[in-house]
Each structure stands twice: as structure tokens, then as C-alpha cells.
Design a protein around this ligand. Structure first.
Ligand code: C2E
Ligand code: CA
Ligand code: CA
Length: 438
């Protein structure tokens, strides 16, 4: 069994299916004897950097040398398979206790530090290792592999080289895993829905628009928190499909809703990766053309940190959106690390003060001063200010006094279905007519 040299050269890389079947047979053989099996997933975390520094061929050679040498360190009954150029599975047969898994991982990590990539570069391989044990921490090959992979994630989150699978600690990672696995199906099965939360003109206290907020009614997982699934979907390609879905919902509803005195504007949240990939404007244009809606009726909400993370590309994309007539709003303002100088150069029409500052602005003087400063500063640069998280009448009054332009929060309404938003608008229009008639 102890042969990575033939495996590295002939076995297809990324072949989890082959490993699962091999591991399955191995575990079946050990099940009767009651012997434990350890699985290490060894991830070379800097192989990409090595490839870009000294070339792909050199990187590949380093990874193969690494595998061959680790393989030589293993006992006769242990075995190793490549899963990718930078990922290996090491199966430790007949383990007496988890401590031996730690010892093996330690030897691999120590040994790795002694491998140079080539004489000139001074580069060394760096690894991260996750471990899980059968039958103690997993009952079959699939869960053993999954739990060892989860342990790699845990090590990464902790910034450590090694981690053993621990059920409680990695539970949220397991859930994240499930969410990620279900997203594609959720999109296919139409399980997503865009709700609308009214944005209120602070002067007239009438609705001037809405923010589209996504909900997922997952048949497989039940209710999933929006913040949670957005965070996960943002790391996958599905974010593009979800953004297109949000844009289509917003445009279709804008084309259906009755327009009042002023034209309603709907805000759509855009993740940093969507901004970064470019073609944002063309997506808006396509969708707007299909539903016959003016581009000026959309706002693109992007978070302050999101723009910083995309660096120059983000700013260019925002400028393109504005040039096309789409409003640009900087979300969660105040939570990022942007400097005043940066503020000056953001191509935007509005900033949204993060709800964490608005919640406590009456009890906390620092928050009150911060809200005032943001409003004055934004106005100084010709930007409108929206306050989110407005939960009571006292905060409404305080924000009006500070000159805030638009208010949003549970005090006015929670996010609601598109049909309910029409009723909400009709109710507000009636109230406004009654007021004017007085
Ligand atoms: P966000 O853009 O900052 O949206 C505001 C969040 O605050 C929403 O949470 C909203 O329901 C909540 N909220 C509004 N008023 C109040 C209030 O008075 N009190 C309290 N406690 N909360 C209030 P939600 O709907 O759970 O959305 C969470 C986040 O998920 C959003 O934060 C946004 O970043 C993201 N998100 C939502 N829909 C989309 C989407 O379609 N695409 C993308 N990329 N992100 C989305
Ligand atoms: Ca938002
Ligand atoms: Ca926000």
C-alpha cells in the first residue's frame, strides 16, 4: 500500500471519489478487528505563491518531492494519496490513540519546514494539517474525510498548523458546509425571495424607496439567517445568480408598482465580488431593458469594507454605475477602516450609517457624536445620508434634528413581501392626502 510515487503520477488529481472508495474498503477491513484509522489532510498552503514566484513547474516538483518524502516517512501499512497538487490524504493504519495522529502530523510539519523549494529562492513549503479518527470521530469514509477537511478549516481559522476534528467546535463549519451544498438547488427550486423594507424621507416621513433584502425558504434546511447564507454564497459563484435574481425581482416589481408623486427607487445589495468582476453596469442595463425600467430607479448598495477590499477596481465600477444613472450607496458606513482622504474619493450619492451606531445613539454620547459627524461630513461632500436601524420615535426626532435625509428601520416597517409593500405605499399615500386635506 505504501506507494505515493505511482499514485502521484498515475492517479488523477482531485479524485475524492477514488479515495472514498479506497478508504471505504480499508475501513470495512478494520471495522471487524476494532482497530482505529487516522486520516490526515495535508494542505500545502503556499503552493500558489511558490508557483507564481518560481514558476509552476518548480512548484509542481516541490509538491511531488514533498509527497515522495512524506511517503517514505510513513509506516509500511500507512498510505498516502494526492487529492490536488497542494492537498494530500494520509491514512494512518491501526492507530492506538489520537496522540499518534498528532505525532505523525507533527513529524510531517517539522519535516516540511526543512524542505527548500530550490537553492536560490529561499522559499519553504508551509503546510496545514487536519486530522480525524475512525471510528471515534466518524463512522464511514465520507464523514472521516469530511471531518478531516473540517479540521483543516478549523486550523486555518485559528491560524495554527494542525487541528483534530472536534464535533462541537466545528459544528458551525458543518452547517456552513450544508448551506453551501444546498444553495445551488435552492436557486433552481425558486426558494429565494426578495423582501422590501421601506426607506422614509426624513422631512415628510413618506416612503421614498425601499431596500431589497433576500430571504431563503430552504426546504432542506428550514429558515437560514440571511447574514449567514449571504456570507457563504459570497464565497461561491452562485453569488452572480443570486444578484441577477435580486435585480430581476427589483426591476419587475418596480415595473408593476403604482408610482406615487415621486418615483420610487429600489436598492439592491451588491457583494464585493460582484463589483470586482466588472460587467455590473451591463447587468443592470440588461435587466432594466427587459422590464422597461429607468436605471435612475435603482440604487446599488455596497459596503464600505467591500469597496476597500476591491481596491481600485471597486471605485471604477462605482463610477461606471453612477455614469449610467444608477445611485450608489455606501452601506454599513462607519464600520470600515477608510480614512477621511478616502471618503473624498468615493464615487457615491449616499452613505448609510450602520445600524450599530443608530441603535444606541440616544444612550451613548460617542455614538450620537459619530452620527452627527458622519451626517455633517457627508453633506459637506454633497452626499445624502440614510440612517438604518431606526427603531423608535425618539431616534427619528434626533436624526431629523441632525439633518439626516432618509430613515429606515423597524419603527416604520420590517422587510415585507412585494404585495404587502404595495399596500404599505397605498396606506402612506392615503395618509399623506388626508394630512394635506387638513
Ligand atoms: P444590510 O444591507 O446592512 O441590511 C440591513 C439589515 O438590517 C437587514 O438584515 C434588515 O432586515 C436589518 N434591519 C433593518 N432595520 C432594522 C432595525 O430597525 N433593527 C434591526 N435590528 N435590524 C434592522 P437582513 O435582511 O437580515 O440582511 C442582512 C444582510 O445581508 C444585509 O445587511 C446585507 O448585507 C445582506 N443581504 C441581504 N440581501 C442581500 C442580497 O440580495 N444580496 C447581497 N449581496 N447581500 C444581501
Ligand atoms: Ca444594505
Ligand atoms: Ca447596513
Amino acid at each position: 500500500m505504501n506507494s505515493v510515487s505511482s499514485a502521484s503520477r498515475s492517479a488523477p488529481l482531485h479524485d475524492y471519489a477514488a479515495l472514498l472508495s479506497e478508504l471505504g474498503s480499508h475501513l470495512a477491513g478494520r471495522r471487524e478487528s476494532g482497530a482505529s484509522t487516522g486520516l490526515l489532510i495535508v494542505h500545502i498552503i503556499n503552493l500558489k505563491r511558490i508557483n507564481t514566484t518560481v514558476g509552476y513547474r518548480m512548484g509542481q516538483k516541490a509538491s511531488l518531492d514533498f509527497a515522495l518524502q512524506v511517503n517514505q516517512m510513513l509506516r509500511e501499512t500507512d498510505w498516502m494519496r494526492p487529492l490536488a497538487h497542494d492537498r494530500f490524504a494520509v491514512v494512518l493504519d491501526r492507530l492506538k490513540n489520537p496522540g499518534h495522529m498528532v505525532l505523525a502530523a507533527n513529524r510531517i510539519a517539522r519535516f516540511t519546514r526543512s524542505i527548500g523549494v530550490n537553492d536560490d529562492s529561499g522559499l519553504q513549503l508551509e503546510v496545514r494539517i487536519g486530522a480525524a479518527m475512525f471510528p471515534e470521530q466518524a463512522q464511514n469514509a465520507e464523514s472521516l474525510l469530511r471531518n478531516a477537511e473540517l479540521a483543516v478549516e478549523t486550523a486555518s481559522l485559528r491560524g495554527s498548523i494542525f487541528s483534530i476534528y472536534e464535533a462541537a467546535e466545528t459544528q458551525h463549519l458543518t452547517e456552513d458546509w450544508d448551506i453551501e451544498a444546498q444553495i445551488g438547488e435552492g436557486l433552481e427550486n425558486n426558494e429565494f425571495e426578495l423582501l422590501y423594507q421601506p426607506k422614509i424621507d426624513a422631512r415628510t416621513l413618506l416612503p421614498c424607496g425601499a431596500e431589497g433584502l433576500m430571504r431563503w425558504h430552504s426546504t432542506a434546511l428550514g429558515a437560514v439567517s440571511t447574514e449567514r447564507f449571504i456570507q457563504i454564497i459570497e464565497t461561491t459563484d452562485h453569488i452572480d445568480a443570486l444578484t441577477s435574481f435580486a435585480l430581476h425581482c427589483a426591476a419587475r416589481n418596480l415595473s408593476e408598482w403604482p408610482t406615487c408623486d415621486a418615483e420610487l427607487n429600489v436598492a439592491v445589495n451588491l457583494s464585493p465580488s460582484v463589483i470586482e468582476h466588472g460587467s455590473c453596469v451591463s447587468r443592470f442595463k440588461q435587466v432594466a431593458a427587459i422590464w422597461g425600467v429607468e436605471l435612475t430607479r435603482f440604487t446599488a448598495e455596497v459596503t464600505e469594507n467591500g469597496i476597500i477590499s476591491t481596491a481600485g477596481a471597486g471605485l471604477d465600477a462605482l463610477q461606471e454605475l453612477r455614469d449610467a444613472g444608477i445611485r450608489v450607496s455606501i452601506d454599513d458606513f462607519g464600520t470600515g477602516n477608510s480614512s477621511l482622504a478616502y471618503f473624498k474619493s468615493i464615487p457615491a450619492d449616499e452613505v448609510k450609517i450602520d445600524k450599530s451606531f443608530v441603535f444606541g445613539m440616544l444612550d451613548n454620547d460617542a455614538n450620537h457624536r459619530l452620527v452627527k459627524t458622519i451626517i455633517d461630513l457627508a453633506h459637506g461632500f454633497g452626499l445624502d445620508v440614510v440612517a438604518e436601524g431606526v427603531e423608535n420615535a425618539e431616534v427619528v426626532k434626533a436624526l431629523q434634528q441632525l439633518g439626516c435625509d432618509v430613515l429606515q428601520g423597524y419603527h416604520f416597517a420590517r422587510p415585507m413581501k412585494a404585495n404587502d409593500f404595495v399596500d404599505y405605499l397605498t396606506g402612506s399615500a392615503d395618509a399623506s392626502r388626508r394630512l394635506r386635506a387638513l
